[in-house]
Write a protein of this length. Structure first.
Length: 437
């Protein structure tokens, strides 16, 4: 539901709201917030709420550290897991300078700019995500262990699947917040789960993805469990992916909807393939991300096909308005605003450049002989390669902005340096990935 400012203020009075969380996303995709009392909400709408941006890595330095959070009324969500008396609501916010000019490091604002570019050319995009996560048991002090919640496998049912009640509670909580899951099931790994979402516009899809992660964490904790979106939390087991389904309409018609691909559809796919390697730092932004790629149905090559789950891009079996492409490389450690902005920009670049689509790879690339895949480009093998490719990318600088790219890649280089210096790589991964994501 979309709210006006006055409707929000009426909602606050009628629903005993006492606390308001003003949320935003840092460059690394981590949701941050400040909580204000409900009485301060009119001031937040009118003037914004100041915060120290220098305390958040990559956002600002101490010489210009004051930024404002301005809540967007249409993003109102009640947090159902918080107390019913003295309720809590949350908004996503615009980030602005004290003079109210837009802050260029606001990744949500960047995605809004990209969607406007699409709209100006007669296109609109819809995005649906498929999100995977593991549930782990906690110890007597509430800290996470590496013992999975169950030993179930793909689409198992109870009692092998012990996560069904947790998934049910997550889905019901999301529905109460006005967010619509489409399906849920046990995934391939022990204790691994997946929840998929219906389509929405890119901004809403990114907002819902961040909300979903916070809901999963909260509901898991209430059930004495720990949820991890880490790309590869367990050696020898499937990783956690974030499959991104994209449909694009031109003048109200789905460009992927015909039996024969339209030229716009082929160029859109080709654009994503062309810039896939350069975008990898935005789709797979951790050292651990690259341990997932190339196994358990996570792609390794820059390729496409119909239905085939060994590809970077597949076109699922669907007809009419449901026809879409599925990008299979991203994982849940992304900043969704940056990831979606990069992918949509790549597709749009493909259309603008009228790129031709290569032939599909209609085979299982996991079992293909090495000689038969020599003609295919590979996705980056590690974060260092991905950062190098992104730093050299004229496409990314032009579409996302050189300043934002520089700030973002500096954070990834810092991560790489810390990882290289860490005497115990497993302990580093547990502290910086497993417990954080």
């Amino acid at each position: 539901m979309s709210y006006t400012k006055q409707e929000v203020l009426d909602f606050v009075k009628e629903n005993d709201v006492k606390f308001v969380r003003l949320a935003f996303c840092d460059l690394l995709g981590r949701q941050k917030n400040i909580s204000i009392m409900a009485e301060e909400l009119p001031r937040a709408f009118a003037e914004g709420i100041s915060f120290d941006a220098s305390a958040i890595r990559g956002l600002a330095d101490v010489s210009r550290s004051d930024l404002l959070l301005v809540p967007e009324p249409e993003t109102l969500h009640l947090l159902p897991w918080r107390p019913a008396q003295g309720r809590v609501i949350r908004f996503f916010c615009q980030i602005k300078y004290p003079d109210y000019s837009p802050y260029p490091g606001d990744s949500r604002g960047l995605l809004q700019t990209v969607t406007r570019r699409l709209r100006d050319l007669g296109f609109s995009a819809q995005i649906g995500t498929e999100c995977e996560f593991y549930l782990f048991k906690t110890d007597q002090d509430g800290y996470p262990t590496k013992t999975t919640h169950d030993e179930g496998e793909y689409m198992d049912i109870s009692p092998l699947d012990r996560g069904e009640n947790v998934r049910r509670e997550i889905c019901l909580t999301l529905l109460e917040m006005g967010i619509k899951p489409e399906s849920s099931h046990h995934e391939q790994g022990p204790g691994q789960n997946e929840i998929d979402f219906t389509y929405s516009d890119p901004i809403t899809a990114a907002d819902h993805f961040l909300t979903f992660k916070s809901v999963v964490k909260a509901i898991a904790a209430q059930n004495g469990l720990f949820a991890s979106f880490m790309p590869k939390p367990l050696e020898g087991q499937p990783g956690n992916g974030l499959h991104v389904n994209i449909s694009v309409t031109k003048n109200g018609t789905n460009i992927f909807g015909d039996k024969e691909h339209s030229s716009d559809a082929e160029s859109f796919i080709s654009g994503i393939l062309t810039y896939a390697r350069e975008m990898s730092a935005f789709l797979n932004p951790t050292v651990n991300s690259y341990k997932r790629l190339g196994s358990f149905k996570a792609p390794l090559y820059v390729s496409w096909s119909h239905q085939n789950r060994s590809q970077l891009i597949r076109i699922p079996a669907a007809v009419g308005d449901k026809t879409r492409i599925e990008l299979r490389s991203p994982d849940c450690t992304v900043n969704p605003y940056l990831a979606f902005a990069a992918v949509l920009s790549a597709g749009l670049a493909g259309i603008n450049q009228k790129l031709r689509l290569p032939l599909p790879e209609d085979r299982n690339l996991y079992k293909a002989e090495a000689d038969s895949t020599k003609h295919l480009e590979k996705l980056p093998t590690d974060l260092e390669e991905a950062v190098t490719l992104a730093a050299q990318s004229a496409f990314l600088k032009e579409t996302l902005g050189a300043d934002l790219i520089g700030l973002y890649l500096d954070l990834l280089r810092e991560q790489l340096e810390l990882y290289k210096r860490a005497p115990d790589k497993s302990e580093f991964s547990e502290r910086n990935y497993f417990r954080v994501f």
